[in-house]
Write a protein that binds this ligand. Structure first.
Ligand code: SAH
Ligand code: SF4
Length: 351
């Protein structure tokens, strides 16, 4: 038997099991990730599982990137504090509210408030903003402001925050500690578990193609996704930023990212999985391809342009076309092109 033949057999068996009788073993996950010729069958299986488990709706989340100040120094990210060339900004709570209000008026059911780790926004400032949004709109509020004390998470939850996004980035401990100096993997995972206990819908995820990442590591990332509280996830390719220590490293593979996304759909079938901006930034039809590989969420950027250009986590990030209303329409067309429809309401996990 040739090795291709073995790979085909292992792949077919893993796919059949994933659709009919999960869980998958490490070996099966590896078989699905590694066999490129089997990609089409894998993506098609993930698409079927997506349709069966979460339906045809694509949920839109209006993303406000409200501060690019960051106290961390992650090796992969353009917002790291060591990147002195980046002009920094902070939006005031009133400016953030104005963006959210406009997004609500356009029918967005969720806003995502994201920033670097910026303690300028203390617990009460964020809580006040959440209360204002919850009092004046029907929106779900997702926060994504990094690692904070559990009491801050608790306060924001009491204020009405519904969801929290905190990617674990990589499950490989040595890689995590090298790329996120001064931070601890155990602490980040403890944050995710605390968020779950507090009743948040928890989002995590990882990057594909980090220098030093292995295929075994990616399989570990997918297993971690399955074992954590995980109601939503973002999986995107690593994109090198010239102002970081990883600036000369190659970008992650879009194809491998799509295979990871598809396996994630098989492992956490009811999760809300994003067609990430990073995937769209590396491939002209990246979003559409992700929607056909298990994804059911898009996060259109509604940050005012004068700020958005400096939220440069990585270069070449796709930018919205036109104003917020025009872009909402463009995203609707993109969803329709894939034979899907934009979800009404908040698009909660299990909803
Ligand atoms: N500061 C918060 C949220 C902002 S960063 C946090 O770190 O959780 C949001 C996400 O951007 C990170 O979780 C990471 O997965 C992603 N990211 C950072 N640098 C990137 C790069 N160079 N390529 C692709 N994604 C990147
Ligand atoms: Fe800061 Fe998040 Fe970027 Fe790390 S990934 S430097 S915490 S914005």
């Amino acid at each position: 038997m040739t090795s291709t033949c073995e790979a085909r057999k292992a792949h077919a068996a893993a796919l059949q099991q994933a659709e009919q009788a999960p869980p998958l073993t490490r070996q099966q996950i590896l078989a699905l990730l590694s066999w490129e010729e089997g990609q089409q069958a894998l993506l098609a299986a993930a698409d079927r599982v997506r349709a069966r488990q979460v339906g045809e709706a694509v949920h839109l989340r209006a993303l406000v990137e409200f501060s690019n100040h960051c106290e961390r120094n992650c090796w992969y990210c353009g917002l790291r504090r060591g990147n002195r060339r980046l002009p920094r900004y902070r939006m005031s709570p009133d400016e953030i509210w104005e963006g959210v209000r406009q997004a609500a008026a356009l029918g967005y059911g969720t806003c995502v408030l994201q920033s670097g780790e910026d303690s300028w926004y203390d617990a009460e400032t964020m809580a006040g903003l959440v209360r204002r949004i919850k009092a004046q709109t029907p929106m779900a509020v997702t926060l994504s402001v990094g690692e904070r004390p559990e009491q801050d998470y608790a306060r924001w939850r009491e204020a009405g925050a519904d969801r929290y996004l905190l990617k674990f980035e990589t499950s490989q401990p040595a890689l995590f500690h090298r790329l996120r100096p001064g931070t601890h993997q155990e602490h980040r995972l403890a944050c995710l578990r605390a968020l779950g206990r507090l009743g948040y819908q928890v989002g995590s995820g990882f990057m594909v193609g980090l220098p030093g990442q292995t295929l075994e590591g990616l399989a570990g990332d997918l297993e971690l996704l399955r074992d954590l509280p995980c109601h939503m996830a973002g999986i995107g390719p690593f994109i090198p930023h010239p102002g970081t220590p990883l600036g000369k490293c190659p970008a992650g593979s879009v194809e491998l990212t799509l295979r990871c996304l598809a396996v994630a759909r098989l492992l956490v079938p009811r999760a809300n999985l994003a067609a990430t901006t990073a995937t769209a930034s590396l491939h002209p039809t990246g979003r559409q391809r992700a929607l056909q590989a298990g994804a059911n969420v898009i996060m259109p950027n509604v940050t005012p342009e004068r700020y958005r250009v400096n939220y440069e986590i990585y270069p070449g990030k796709i930018a919205p076309t036109g104003d917020m209303a025009a872009y909402r329409q463009v995203v609707g067309w993109l969803v329709a092109e894939c034979g899907r429809s934009v979800g009404a309401g908040r698009g909660d996990y299990g909803g």
